[in-house]
Each structure stands twice: as structure tokens, then as C-alpha cells.
Design a protein around this ligand. Structure first.
Ligand code: PMP
Length: 396
């Protein structure tokens, strides 16, 4: 069955024929559609101005565009605009919770987290690491045990960027709340196509990055539930987050501005707004369907290559739009290099910023192929064909 639509023509990096490359590294960062490039270019050429500070028309226009992204993000996640804090990415968003929450002492996280949702918690009074098995299934009993012994925050990824395993948020959030703890969701890998509705699910904090949602790099967001605004102090002090400054004291703004000291990445945020419009036009149902069909196809093709071993959920279990694998007799980095050099097929190789997972489960560095809306079956065919010839080198 053919996929309904080929979106690759919307992406300048892919729109020439024959296709210049096969980009299978979207879990690291996504390509940008024309509309995003146009929005950033327009702003740099015609709109450059600071935001929030001035009364001149350029600044008012820039502020409207900038704040428009916050509104889009709020709609995307089912939040209110004052609950969306603009940051420089997921890492900064998570660090804001780490450093801003004064009473935070005991955190539970999981073995399959990206370093950005792992390292920030490590030097707290307690950081419980909840085990996951090789299919990415969480040790729910272990989590409940931790919660029973007193945890302030459970910080979990919505989907592992290595195993592609998803966490059941409908099960997680009520469990965490039952024990009076808060929950932070790292949505870096899912925000582009499977944004959780923070209000319906009752999520307390959610972090994401613009550059993984077809937007520019340098921008991200933290959703902070309104009732936590008082508890969460600003991480950075300086301009814009203050209301009045006296020689010996200052007062601070309300959320979200109180968390946004300094000049933000204005053109990136504006470009991110265009990215969300693009995603919104396609719609999450179509995005999910497209990526789920492509993922199944990717797994089928990978399984047909001798010597390939895929990590993560087994067949039949749901998985996100990426696959990490090893090839018998070959180093992951060598495979990635050959794919790029021989046929412009771009994948990622290594530990994918998830070393604790690899160490504990005894996984070798892997090759990761990750998908986005602009990928096609033809991409996967080209990838599988060249991988097949590379894999033969390993089993020889
Ligand atoms: N969490 C996950 C699951 C990720 O995949 C990434 C990016 N690879 C991050 C956090 C960090 O995102 P950023 O580098 O944009 O801050």
C-alpha cells in the first residue's frame, strides 16, 4: 500500500529530483519546511526588532509574531498561554525545573532517559532510576515502590530516543499523583506528531524543543501547570523577568515572563510558529498514521537484512518512528559513515545520549534510523538496499 501523500516537496532540503539524500536522523533534529524558512527569512529581512520592550510598530509586530508561537504551543498541548514558558530547548526546560523548584529533593527517572532528563537529577538528595527491560517496558512495581518511599517528581520521557518504546501516560500520571508527587514529561521525541494534552492528562511539567518539530534550533518550551507557578522560581535573573527594579531590590513579573530573562531567540520562535501551523494543517491523526505506517515498513525492511538486530519493543508492540539496530560484525559508526559516503543516507550512530541504558542492558553502540513526515517508502528502500550490501561485509 502506498502512503497517501509525499510531503518531501515541502522541504527545500529534499525537493529536488532525484532526491539529494535520504535523511533518517530526525530524532536528532528535523528538516524545515519552506514555510519555516520563509517565516525566518521574512523576519530577518523585514521584521527584525526586539520583543516586548518598545512601543514602535516593528517591536509591536515582532512581539505579536513571537507571542503567536506561544499561543500555538498552548493550543498544541491543550494548555493556557501563561503556562507556556519559552526556553532554548528541552534541556534548558528540564533544568528550569531542576533549579527553579526550591523544595525539590527526591526524583525518580528511568533508565531509558536522554542524558538531558537524567544528569540534571543525579546530584539531588535522591534520584531513583526506574528500570526498563530490553523492550522498553517500565518496571511499574519499582516505580510504585519509589513513590511509596517519598518522591517529589517523576521525570519520564514520552518515548525513548533509542528503544522507540512509549510510556503509557494515562497510567503514569494518575499513579504519580496518587502518591502526591508531580510529573514531568520529556516530549522532545513526540511533540511533533503525538503531543499529549497536558490538561486532560493532568501533566505538571512538559518539555520540548522547536528543532525536533520542524522548527529552527535555539528554541524550546516548558509547560508549567498554573498552580505550580509560585513554587517554581526563575532560574535566570536579569532583564525582562523583572517588573520594577530599585537600587536595593526588585519585583518579578508573572509567569511566563518571570522565567524568560534576557533577549529570547526571536526569529527561531517565530519560525517555530510556522512549523506548528504546518503540523496543524496536516493534523496529528494524519501525522501519527503516516509515521506509524512508515515505521512498520522500516521494521519490515530492517528485519529482511541478514545480521541486523533491532532493539526495543518486539513485533506487535507499539513503537515510535525510529529503529536502533546493530549489524553483526560491524561497528555502528562504520555503518553510518558508509551509508553517508556511498549513497547520502544519513543515520545516527552511537549511544544517542543514553549511556546508562546501554551500560545496564549491555547494548553495543547502535545505528539509529529515525523518521519524519517528509520520509517516504522510497527512502526506506534506498536505505535498506545499501544497508543490505554493507551488512554483507560484516557476515563475510
Ligand atoms: N530528550 C530527548 C528524548 C531527546 O531526544 C533530546 C534531544 N536529542 C533531548 C531531550 C534534548 O533536547 P535538546 O538538545 O533540544 O535540548
Amino acid at each position: 500500500m502506498e502512503l497517501d501523500h509525499d510531503y518531501s516537496d515541502d522541504f527545500p532540503a529534499l525537493s529536488s529530483r532525484p532526491k539529494p539524500m535520504v535523511y533518517l536522523d530526525s530524532a536528532a533534529t528535523t528538516l524545515k519546511p519552506n514555510t519555516v524558512v520563509d517565516a525566518v527569512r521574512w523576519f530577518l529581512e523585514n521584521g527584525t526588532s526586539s520583543v516586548h520592550r518598545a512601543f514602535h510598530t516593528r517591536s509591536i509586530d515582532a512581539t505579536d509574531r513571537f507571542e503567536g508561537t506561544r499561543e500555538r504551543l498552548a493550543r498544541w498541548f491543550g494548555a493556557d498561554t501563561d503556562e507556556i514558558v519559552l526556553t532554548h530547548g528541552t534541556t534548558e526546560a528540564i533544568n528550569l525545573v531542576r533549579h527553579g523548584w526550591q523544595g525539590l529533593r527526591r526524583v525518580a527517572t528511568t533508565l531509558m532517559e536522554h542524558h538531558s532528563n537524567f544528569v540534571p537529577w543525579m546530584d539531588l538528595e535522591r534520584c531513583d532510576v526506574i528500570h526498563v527491560d530490553s523492550t522498553g517496558t517500565l518496571d511499574w512495581e519499582g516505580l510504585e515502590h519509589s513513590l511509596k518511599t517519598g518522591i517529589d517528581l517523576v521525570a519520564v520521557t514520552q518515548m525513548s530516543n533509542v528503544l522507540a518504546a512509549a510510556v503509557d501516560l494515562e497510567r503514569l500520571v494518575p499513579l504519580v499523583h496518587r502518591y502526591g508527587a508531580r510529573v514531568l514529561i520529556d516530549a522532545a521525541q513526540t511533540a511533533s506528531h503525538d503531543p499529549p494534552n497536558v490538561r486532560n492528562l493532568g501533566i505538571d511539567f512538559l518539555a520540548c524543543s522547536g528543532h525536533k518539530m520542524l522548527g529552527p534550533s535555539g528554541c524550546g518550551a516548558l509547560y508549567v501547570k498554573r498552580e505550580l507557578h509560585e513554587e517554581l522560581k526563575p532560574m535566570l535573573l536579569g532583564g525582562h523577568m523583572v517588573d520594577h527594579v530599585f537600587p536595593d531590590s526588585w519585583t518579578i513579573q508573572k509567569a511566563p515572563q518571570r522565567y524568560e530573562a534576557g533577549t529570547p531567540p526571536i526569529e527561531s520562535v517565530i519560525g517555530w510558529g510556522a512549523a506548528i501551523d504546518y503540523l496543524q494543517q496536516i493534523g496529528t491523526a494524519t501525522l501519527k498514521q503516516h509515521l506509524s505506517e512508515l515505521s512498520s515498513y522500516l521494521i519490515d525492511r530492517l528485519e529482511s537484512v541478514p545480521g541486523v538486530k533491532i532493539v526495543g519493543p518486539s513485533r506487535g508492540q507499539s513503537r515510535g518512528p525510529l529503529a536502533s539496530f546493530s549489524v553483526e560484525g560491524l561497528e555502528a559508526s562504520a555503518i553510518a559513515r558508509i551509508l553517508a559516503q556511498r549513497d547520502e543516507v544519513f543515520v545516527r550512530a552511537g549511544f544517542h545520549c543514553a549511556q546508562p541504558l546501554h551500560q545496564t542492558l549491555g547494548l553495543r553502540p547502535s545505528v539509529r534510523a529515525s523518521l519524519q513526515i517528509y520520509n517516504t517508502r522510497a527512502d526506506i528502500d534506498r536505505f535498506a538496499k545499501i544497508l543490505g550490501s554493507v551488512a554483507k561485509l560484516g557476515v563475510m
